[in-house]
Ligand binder design. Structure first.
Ligand SMILES: [Zn+2]
Ligand SMILES: [Zn+2]
Length: 327
């Protein structure tokens, strides 16, 4: 089978590898779609990985072709990429993304940019009838977006502002609208992303407008400062964007957090447990039409052209939203 292997910084090699074997608690998944995450770009171009060689791909879906339980064969499923230790305090609470010692498909261990992958049965989220593999592979950004909206405790009729109009940002807006938000506006430094958000029916941030909920998804100090400034008194801020550098706040902007009595919440990954399952909710929302994941996929490439897919995202010349490998 074919695998795209990151062998060193900026080197992706299409390799022929033996078929994976599986443990009793695993299935063999024939990978059919794997999204490229923004976090994969520095993995390739800056070598920000746990180890080489590594097969990337943590946003994926496929078909079960081998399993201990024959009833699973033929199942179409998305995959929760995190493998918890099941020994730590957070695992005991089922808060798996906070696990002290987890493993992860596509970052700590090999992921989905290969034709077949052994995955744990526990990590499978079966896709509702009729959902495409491409849509199911959007489950990860959709779940992360849902979790962030839940952290905002959104109430009906509220105005929402999102910094960052990438795939997760545009999912956020869709979740917020489906949960009763009055409107969702966007701020982004990339004009093309704002135009794309408008095509989807959203607005752009209005000068001087104040918002009940502001979600910072850019991870840039200017966005954080803009988010604080744009919040209503008693507004809620959700901090989601991974910080690329120090998130400095000038003193007068900082003072607004106090004066406006803002609530700041962090958000991390998603919930995948017996109480809240953002992943299952994401696939159900796609199936019901509440969430349009398909519209966000602007580019697809076959596995052999993974290099070209990364180059598209790396050089930023052409507009893209979600870039996906299909097999
Ligand atoms: Zn991701
Ligand atoms: Zn743990």
């Amino acid at each position: 089978m074919k695998a795209v292997v990151l062998t060193e910084t900026n080197k992706l090699v299409v390799e022929e590898r033996p078929m994976p074997t599986r443990e009793a608690d695993e299935v063999i998944l024939r990978v059919r779609a794997a999204g490229i995450c923004g976090s994969d770009v520095p993995r390739v171009f800056a070598g920000k990985v746990y180890h080489f060689p590594l097969v990337l791909g943590h946003e994926f879906a496929g078909e079960v072709v081998d399993a201990e339980n024959p009833a699973l064969i033929g199942t179409h499923a998305a995959v929760f990429p995190l493998l918890p230790c099941r020994k730590c305090a957070m695992c005991a609470e089922e808060e798996y993304p906070l696990c002290a010692d987890y493993d992860y498909y596509g970052s700590r261990r090999d992921g989905a940019m290969e034709e077949y992958l052994a995955v744990k049965v526990w990590n499978l989220i079966p896709a509702p009838e009729g959902l495409s593999f491409e849509e199911a592979a959007m489950c990860e950004p959709a779940a992360v977006a849902r979790h962030a909206v839940m952290r905002a405790n959104l109430k009906g009729g509220e105005r929402v502002l999102v910094f960052g109009a990438g795939p997760i940002g545009l999912m956020l807006g869709q979740w917020a609208m489906s949960m009763g938000a009055a409107s969702v506006a966007y701020a982004d430094i990339d004009e093309r992303k704002l135009a794309f958000a408008e095509q989807m029916g959203f607005t752009r941030q209005a000068e001087g407008e104040r918002y009940d909920v502001v979600i910072e998804g850019a991870g840039a100090p200017s966005a954080l400062q803009g988010a604080i400034a744009a919040a209503e008194p008693f507004g809620r801020l959700v901090l989601m964007g991974n910080a690329a550098r120090d998130m400095d706040i000038p003193q007068p902007v900082y003072q607004q957090i106090l004066r406006k009595q803002l609530t700041l919440s962090g958000t991390w990954n998603s919930s995948y447990n017996s109480r809240i399952n953002d992943w299952k909710a994401a696939l159900e929302a796609m199936a019901s039409g509440a969430l349009n994941a398909k519209a966000l996929i602007t580019h697809t490439y076959p596995l052999e052209e993974t290099r070209a897919a990364f180059d598209l995202m790396g050089d930023r010349k052409e507009f893209f939203n979600k870039v996906m490998i299909v097999m």
